[in-house]
Design a protein around this ligand. Structure first.
Ligand code: FAD
Length: 375
């Protein structure tokens, strides 16, 4: 046993947006926090770097709508503490075939949550956006004010800076190799890095993105169905005379399209080969669909049901190790709420006001596909 290891209340492993947000939360609550990252801070090999992420309250599952609504307030709160902006308000526009089950479920949730919204037919869409967006006759659009754009690298940096200001210790180039249980129940863990440094933590939060399966398996033997998936972000050039038409400050919304292919955007798009035609048709030929002007690699960490994993690791670790992973291409917007939940879980063993049913590790034991979806 290492007696020389530095002692912390909370050790957070992985400094993407989830780990950085968690470290911000725990340090804000006066906990002595250590944030460990395997590469340089703000590196480009994980999921949290880049130019833009969308935020929208439009989900077919209301447990996400709640997390997003909480996150809007928490993004504002963190911004007011740091003094600069990472989140930019915009309307949200969802579109798709009128019989799309996802879109129908989203509209039902808007009603259930009393979110002011309008459902538009194709003529109303053309009118609303002055021809900037066109949808087929048999599609509908959903328009509401709960959208927006977040600058991801700047947001991660914001959480790290705030954590630092709150007294957290941040260490990069520190790959965690081992998490070992020390003593009895609730006696904490010993975290060991590749260079042999070790740290004691009363609690530990694992937020290692696409590396979750590997690290959790190594330290506990638990096999989580979280698959890394490399994807490309593509940026498209708006034709010169139309640049201002698609600007956020000119009322252009963040958007989602539930047709085939399924697309979320502003201003970034994915899967370039599949969407040239989509861009040409939806944006009335005003965006150059010949090729993207820039592409960037990024990692998704996918669960089979695309729901997050937010849970205590359990087993010999009891309530000492918390796992936050599998954010499956849609987690960024909820990072402030996720950080709050992971901090609650680590500090109290439970979460306030959120039933973790949909996020438990155990959901995969009964059904390898996880949560059953009806859309
Ligand atoms: C192209 C793309 C577009 C997206 N668009 C949106 C969007 O519009 N809206 C939205 O809400 N979400 C979106 N997402 C999803 C969102 O970005 C991710 O859900 C989120 O960034 C996940 O963050 P993370 O902290 O879990 O993972 P990461 O950012 O990958 O962070 C994990 C960190 O852990 C570190 N690490 C790993 N192993 C170890 C170890 N052993 N020791 C120490 N450190 C370790 C890694 O180096 C990494 O820095 C998108 C994702 C991608 C890739």
């Amino acid at each position: 046993m290492e007696y020389s290891a530095q002692q912390f209340d909370i050790i957070v492993i992985g400094a993407g947006v989830m780990g950085s947000s968690t470290a911000y939360q725990t340090s804000k609550r006066g906990q002595k926090t250590l944030l460990l990252e395997q590469y340089d801070f703000l590196h480009h090999l994980g999921s949290s770097h880049g130019e833009s992420r969308t935020i929208r309250a439009t989900y077919p599952d209301d447990y996400y709508t709640d997390l997003v609504l909480d996150s809007y307030a928490l993004w504002e709160q963190a911004q007011s503490e740091i003094g600069y902006k990472v989140y930019y308000k915009a309307h949200q526009f969802d579109m798709g075939p009128s019989d799309s089950e996802s879109l129908k479920a989203i509209i039902a949730i808007c009603r259930k949550k009393s979110l002011p919204h309008r459902v538009l037919n194709s003529q109303q869409v053309a009118q609303q956006f002055s021809g900037r967006i066109q949808i087929p006759e048999n599609w509908v659009g959903l328009y509401l004010d709960k959208g927006g754009v977040i600058k991801p690298s700047k947001a991660v940096s914001m959480f790290q800076t705030l954590a630092l200001k709150n007294g957290a210790v941040l260490k990069d180039n520190s790959e965690v190799k081992e998490i070992k249980k020390t003593g009895g129940e609730n006696d904490g863990v010993l975290v060991v890095t590749a260079s042999g440094e070790s740290f004691r933590g009363k609690k530990c939060v694992v937020t290692v993105g696409a590396w979750t399966r590997k690290l959790v398996k190594r330290v506990s033997g638990v096999e989580l169905p979280i698959q890394p998936l490399e994807t490309t972000v593509s940026y498209w050039r708006i034709k010169e005379e139309h640049v201002s038409d698609y600007a956020i400050d000119n009322g252009f919304p963040s958007f989602a399209s539930y047709g085939d292919p399924c697309i979320y955007g502003t201003p970034s798009f994915e899967y370039p080969g599949l969407i040239k035609e989509w861009i040409e048709e939806r944006f009335s030929g005003r965006v150059d669909s010949s090729e993207p002007v820039m592409t960037q690699l990024c990692m998704y960490s996918m669960t089979p049901d695309e729901d997050f994993v937010l849970d205590l690791l359990g087993g010999e670790f009891g309530k000492d190790v918390v796992v936050g992973g599998g954010f499956s291409g849609h987690g960024f917007k909820m990072a402030p709420a996720v950080g709050t939940l992971l901090a609650d879980l680590a500090l109290t063993g439970e979460t306030k006001g959120l039933d973790l049913e949909y996020f438990r590790i155990g959901r995969f034991s009964d059904n390898p596909k996880g949560n059953v979806k009806h859309y």
